[in-house]
Each structure stands twice: as C-alpha cells, then as structure tokens.
Ligand binder design. Structure first.
Ligand code: GLA
Length: 400
C-alpha cells in the first residue's frame, strides 16, 4: 500500500515538474478567444508602421482596450528579403519592427505577425519554409505575441510537388509543417498565440490542438457581405465540441464596419461571432470608425458572451425557414440565445414566433436584450419582429 502510495506521489511530482517545465504558452494563452485587430480586411497590402501605430492608439482611445481587445496583428505584406545568413528583414513599410512592437507594448497591448509554411505568403512575400526556427527566434527577439501561419504556397510548392496525386500524404506534410512551427515557437520560451490559417482543410479542428494550434480557420476568406458572413457561420454548425479554453474554431476575422454592411448586419455579425466563441479580431479602420461601429465593437454584454469563462461554443438550436436560432451555455447556468433573420423579406405582417420548447425551455422567462439593454419576458410562441438580416441577442440568467 505504502509503496504504491509513494509511487503515486512520485508520479504526481514528475507530472507536476513536467507541467512546470512546459513553456507557458502551452498553458496560458488564448484561454478565452483572442480579441484584437488585424490589418488585412481593410488595409490589405496598404498596411504600414504608421497604420499599425494608429490602430494601437485608436484601440486605446476608443475604449476597445478597456473592453478587452489586446492584439494588434500585422497580416501579410510586412516581409522583406533574407540576408546571406537567412535572416529575414522587413520591407520599407516597416522600418523597425522591434521599435513598433515596443510601441504597441507601451500601450499595454500585444502585437501579432504573419507568415506561411511555404516559400511565399499568399500575397507573394517571403515565407518561412526552411527558416522556421530562425523566424520564430526573430519574432521572439522583436517581442511578437501572436503568429498567423497561412498555408498559401505550401500547397503547390511542397504538398503537390512532394506528394503528387496523394492527398493523404499531402495532408501529413501539412500537419508536420504546422507542428514544426509550433515547436519552433515553443523553443523561444515566449508565449506566442499560434493561429492556423489553412481554410479548414482536412478537418483541421480534429488535429490543430495536437500540433500546438490555439485557433484555426475553419473557412475560406470572409467578405464584408451578409452572404459570406452567413456562410462562414453555417460552417461552424457541429464544431462546438472542438472549441474550448486555449483552442478555438476561427470563422475568420470581423468585417464589422467594412463594406456596405448595414447596422443590423454589423450587429448580427458581431452577435454570431460571440455565440460561436470566435476570436474577435476587428478588421476595420479603427482611427476612422463611426461611433455606431465603435458602439457595436465595444458592447460589453456581447463581448461577455464571447469571452465566457466556460468556453463552450454555441450551437444551432433550430431553423424555421430563413430564421435561425442559436443557443450557447454560459458559466453559472445562464444561456445566450441569438435569433437571426437571414432572409430579405419578412415584415410585421408575419412576425417570427420563438419556440422556447424547441430549446427545452419553458416560459415565462426573464431575458435581457443585449442590444437595447432592456429586460423582456419570453413566452412560448411569442411573436418577434426581426428586421432584414437583424438579430435578437438574449441573455437568460436562469433558464428553465
Ligand atoms: C489569405 C488569408 C487572409 C489573408 C491573406 C493575406 O487569403 O486567408 O486572411 O491573411 O491570405 O495574403
């Protein structure tokens, strides 16, 4: 008895040591979905040092930082050439990446960067192939806190060349490439969030955490229109069990404030990403955003749904024609419900009738409308008027 007890103690001690010696990034990054900003959706190739500083400034001044936004992420097109030692340099748009990182850190924010496991990025800039350790060390020396690693040229240049006509072998090459960079990041000893961007290939949600991913894109690129937003949202149905603290499904960065999205559509997009426990990476022009866009991005009740400590992604509860009802369990037994009108023609002549019973609920129930801030009483089959592409987002503190 005593021997087995002490063996048990010894085993526990060994496990504890192993845990303690694990680099901290494996344990404490992305415990809730990452929040921040990324340059791509609005600036694309026009991103530069000044623009990133301006985004960091705006994140503070707008109140976004206080609302929980942390990461200021530079996407593609910062890369220059490698020198004779293989060291990657920035291009002229980014004269001093270390100074930029210091600036972002001085604001109490964190900074992210972008690369590819292939020889080139999606925009044709220098990728990390063959320089993974060197690049990871470079990022750490600059003080980088987040890496988005985008498959791009790895498909034609490595997967298709090394394993022609053999998709399973191609996928194994891809898994290995992501595992390699994760290992290189870990070896730096710096906590760096690792974001996989390979558009959902080979059921990425099933293997991304095992190769060190903290989040993984599940879809192709989002566009600032409701059809794209709705398509990306729909692709998350069934993926809820794969998400949790430290590892998240990523239906792509936010388009809130971009393109011709109406206020209703911006609200719906933000609500749905919160229901999906999605990373909240704003993708708009922060220094010039309208007050109503800032109000959407800083709605604390909605952010609290996204960042809920339980980390349980919401799921589609039921669909009634063009209206979708999604539900998300929250810490402390609360429930979030989103009712989305995806259709183009529903008016007060035919309000939607919410069926609480289809979610296993029984009215009357008290709920808070997270966009108006008003308390409402929910009853079975109650009529709801939903504007085109608008959402009703509710928090039910005590569902029954
Ligand atoms: C891919 C990614 C985008 C963006 C661009 C940059 O398309 O999916 O999010 O990073 O590359 O070139």
């Amino acid at each position: 008895m005593r021997i087995s007890a002490s063996l048990h103690l010894a085993a526990n001690a060994i496990m504890l040591c192993a845990l303690i010696s694990l680099p901290s990034r494996a344990q404490d990054v992305a415990l809730t979905p990452p929040m921040g900003w990324n340059s791509w959706n609005y600036f694309a190739e026009k991103v530069d040092d000044q623009g990133v500083r301006a985004a960091a400034d705006a994140m503070v001044v707008s109140g976004m930082k206080d609302a929980g936004y942390v990461y200021v992420n530079i996407d593609d097109t910062w890369e220059g050439q490698r020198d004779s030692n293989g060291v990657l340099h920035t291009n002229a748009k980014f004269p001093d990446m270390k100074a930029l990182a210091d600036y972002v850190h001085s604001k109490g924010l964190k900074i992210g960067i972008y690369s590819s496991p292939g020889p080139k990025t999606c925009a044709g800039y220098e990728g990390s192939l063959g320089h993974e350790e060197q690049d990871a060390q470079l990022y750490a020396s600059w003080g980088i806190d987040y890496l988005k690693y985008d498959l791009c040229s790895f498909i034609p240049e490595v997967m298709e060349k090394q394993a022609p006509n053999d998709p399973p072998a191609q996928m194994r090459l891809m898994h290995a490439a992501y595992a390699k960079m994760a290992k290189a990041l870990r070896a730096t000893g710096r906590p760096i969030v690792f974001s996989l961007c390979q558009y959902g290939m080979d059921a990425v949600w099933e293997w991304a955490p095992s190769v060190g991913g903290n989040l993984w894109r599940t879809t192709g690129d989002i566009q600032p229109n409701m059809y794209s937003i709705y398509a990306n949202m729909s692709l998350q149905a069934g993926l809820a069990t794969y998400a949790g603290p430290g590892h998240w499904n990523d239906p792509d960065m936010l388009e809130v404030g971009n393109g011709d999205l109406t206020l209703a559509e911006n609200r719906a997009h933000f609500s749905l990403w919160a229901m999906l426990a999605a990373p909240l990476l704003a993708g708009n022009d922060l220094p010039h955003m309208k007050p109503e866009i800032k109000d959407i991005l800083t709605n604390r009740d909605v952010i609290a749904i996204d960042q809920d400590k339980l980390g349980k992604q919401g799921a589609r509860a039921y669909v009634d024609g063009e209206v979708e009802v999604w539900a998300r369990n929250l810490a402390g037994g609360a429930l979030a419900v989103a009712v989305l009108n995806t259709g183009d023609t529903r008016y007060s002549t035919h309000p939607f009738h919410l069926r609480l019973s289809r979610m296993g609920l029984h009215g009357p129930l008290k709920a808070k409308d997270l966009w108006t801030g008003k308390e409402i009483d929910l009853t079975e089959e109650m009529p709801l008027e939903l504007a085109i592409h608008d959402v009703l987002l509710l928090r039910i503190a005590a569902p029954k």
